[in-house]
Design a protein around this ligand. Structure first.
Ligand code: ARG
Length: 574
């Protein structure tokens, strides 16, 4: 147990309980004034009608902090400032270094978690919105898996609906071989736009397309085969992108909209049976509680359209039912852009009213903002189209290669290429995760790949530099060594290291991955200060040298683990 906040809370809890007459939170957090500050006396004093400083003194007088706390002082209106003992810190860091999991416990309450993410649309290019979903969702899947949850990835691909009429007709016009070729080389936009243009210009084509939709929905065998071809080719292409991006999504994770086709009619029947369905303009709708339009009228969620087809909402309802009832999931994450917030909120509310989303199961919209270009508008290519994802990834690797070649010309070509891939892809993921995800962010190449500052490359570089100490010194850290904290920068580094478990736990709860990037920045900074002040290989004496090597090794491992939770690789040289 190296979660320091918890450790101190536990130590203070009995004392606070004795003062309060019941268990209350001592509210321990990190502080700039000491190592930690406990603020629990303030709310407690208000409740008891006593002076806060007196309550703080009372609690402190009863607390058993022996062996852990060096000084405890009451400050300001009634805060308790706590400074830890150096030997206690050293002992905790030594323990962390012997722990494979770096002090992060496997959860005692594992859940089945669904991460609904990526979700591109068949025969349509993936855009940067899908990139964000893919990167954030993958970080969620990795982090929750590492914390010990049973994570199921659900790639809710758009593989069904009316556009398939025109897409199939276009495929027939092109011929299967040619169509498959266009799709497999990744010219999805070309294919889609070709179909769209004919649909708009040629009434005969539009009519054929409409009939094709009917044939598709009624299960016509030929039509289904052609549809399958479109889906298969697109999925192959998506998998190639995932491979480039280094995400954990696989072919087994495709749960496209079509997967729920047979569950749609039962959803409508069940909603009807529950009295939740109303007809509106010929469509069947639910009016979930709490949603009204500008005019104050209840807002409809369409489940069956006037033409008898099922909507996006019906599919999402069927998916929830499947997830909570068949897969017994209790935490449903939707990694989808903020523009779809209302849709998801309505779907979730409907599912609650239908009893398909009941405690302990709950759904969370893990929303995110847009990627903006330098002009402050939605990121677009020069032709004004949305930027093609693969091109963005390839450019990142090319740019990274130039920088790596310049910084480290001694690397052999294979290593250089490998490092460039890790740095380029890492940079893309890092900018996507390093800001508050709800906000938009501006995409700018120049800052992203810098080896210093708030970048993934800086963290990777710090990691690689530590690895080079061990290479240069031809040494390994001694797992039986003990950490001694001799210098203030060593102590500061120890405090940073011990913050890892709390940060990972928080990221698992909130899915705010900028907590992890911010933490890793702080750690890399503390390491750099330590390394500048403290000789490692030339440390004074064997014990100090072994201790410092251990701190180096532990820092490298923590950086690599933290980056891994974000899906970013840590090269050992760069
Ligand atoms: N395919 C959709 C899009 O590209 C995203 C799907 C999100 N997931 C969901 N369950 N609705 O916008």
């Amino acid at each position: 147990m190296t979660d320091l906040e918890n450790l101190l809370s536990e130590r203070l809890a009995d004392a606070f309980a004795a003062v309060a007459g019941e268990r209350v939170d001592p509210v321990v957090r990190r502080s700039q004034h000491a190592d930690f500050q406990a603020d629990g006396a303030l709310p407690l004093a208000r409740r008891l009608g006593r002076a806060p400083r007196e309550v703080a003194a009372d609690a402190l007088g009863r607390a058993d902090l022996a062996g852990l706390v060096a000084t405890a002082e009451i400050s300001g209106p009634g805060f308790i400032n706590l400074r830890l003992r150096d030997d206690a810190l050293a002992g905790l860091v030594t323990a962390m270094s012997t722990d494979q999991r770096l002090g992060v416990p496997v959860t005692g309450a594992p859940e089945t978690v669904i991460v609904d993410y990526s979700a591109p649309n068949v025969a349509k290019e993936m855009h940067v919105g899908h990139l964000r979903s893919t990167v954030i969702g993958d970080a969620a899947a990795r982090t929750l898996t590492w914390l010990g949850h049973d994570v199921r990835r659900a790639n809710h691909v758009g593989d069904w609906g009316t556009p398939f009429g025109m897409l199939i007709e276009h495929l027939l016009d092109l011929g299967e071989t040619e169509a498959a070729h266009e799709l497999s080389v990744g010219d999805l936009n070309g294919f889609y736009q070709g179909a769209r243009a004919k649909f708009d210009a040629d009434p005969g084509f539009a009519e054929r397309s409409r009939q094709r939709v009917v044939a598709l929905q009624s299960g016509d065998a030929t039509t289904l085969r052609l549809w399958r071809l479109l889906v298969d080719e697109s999925e192959k292409y998506f998998l190639a992108v995932y491979d480039k991006l280094g995400v954990t999504l696989t072919a087994a994770d495709f749960y496209g909209e079509s997967y729920y086709n047979d569950l749609l009619a039962p959803v409508v029947d069940a909603l009807d049976g529950l009295g939740l369905l109303r007809e509106s303009d010929g469509a069947l709708c639910v009016f979930p509680q709490g949603f009204t339009g500008r005019d104050g009228e209840p807002l409809p969620l369409i489940v069956r359209k006037r033409d008898g087809g099922y909507g996006y909402g019906a599919t999402d309802l069927a998916a929830i039912r499947h997830r909570t009832q068949d897969l017994a999931a209790t935490r449903l994450l939707y990694v989808v852009g903020t523009p779809q917030h209302q849709h998801l909120a309505m779907v979730h509310q409907t599912a609650r009213e239908a009893g398909w989303l009941a405690e302990p199961a709950r759904a969370e919209h893990v929303g995110f903002g847009q990627v903006l270009g330098a002009d402050g508008k939605k990121l677009a290519s020069r032709a004004g189209q949305s930027v093609k994802l693969v091109e963005l990834l390839d450019e990142a690797v090319v740019r990274a290669a130039a920088i790596v070649a310049e910084k480290n010309p001694d690397l052999d070509a294979d290593t250089q290429a490998e490092v460039a891939r890790m740095v380029g892809i890492g940079a893309i993921k890092y900018v996507d995760l390093a800001g508050d995800r709800i906000k938009d962010y501006t995409f700018a190449w120049d800052r992203m790949l810098s080896f210093s500052g708030d970048t993934g490359a800086y963290l990777q570089y710090t990691h690689a530099r530590i690895c080079s100490i061990f290479r240069r010194g031809e040494v390994a850290a001694d797992p039986h060594a003990a950490v001694v904290l001799d210098h203030p920068t060593e102590r500061a580094l120890a405090m940073e290291l011990l913050g890892f478990p709390a940060v990972v736990a928080e990221a698992g709860r909130t899915l705010q991955f900028h907590r992890i990037t911010g933490y890793l920045q702080g750690l890399a900074g503390a390491y750099t200060a330590f390394y500048e002040a403290c000789p490692v290989l030339k440390a004074d004496g064997d014990a100090l040298r072994a201790s410092r090597l251990l701190l180096c090794e532990l820092t490298a491992r923590t950086l690599a683990q933290g980056l891994d939770l974000l899906g970013i690789q840590a090269p050992t040289r760069m």
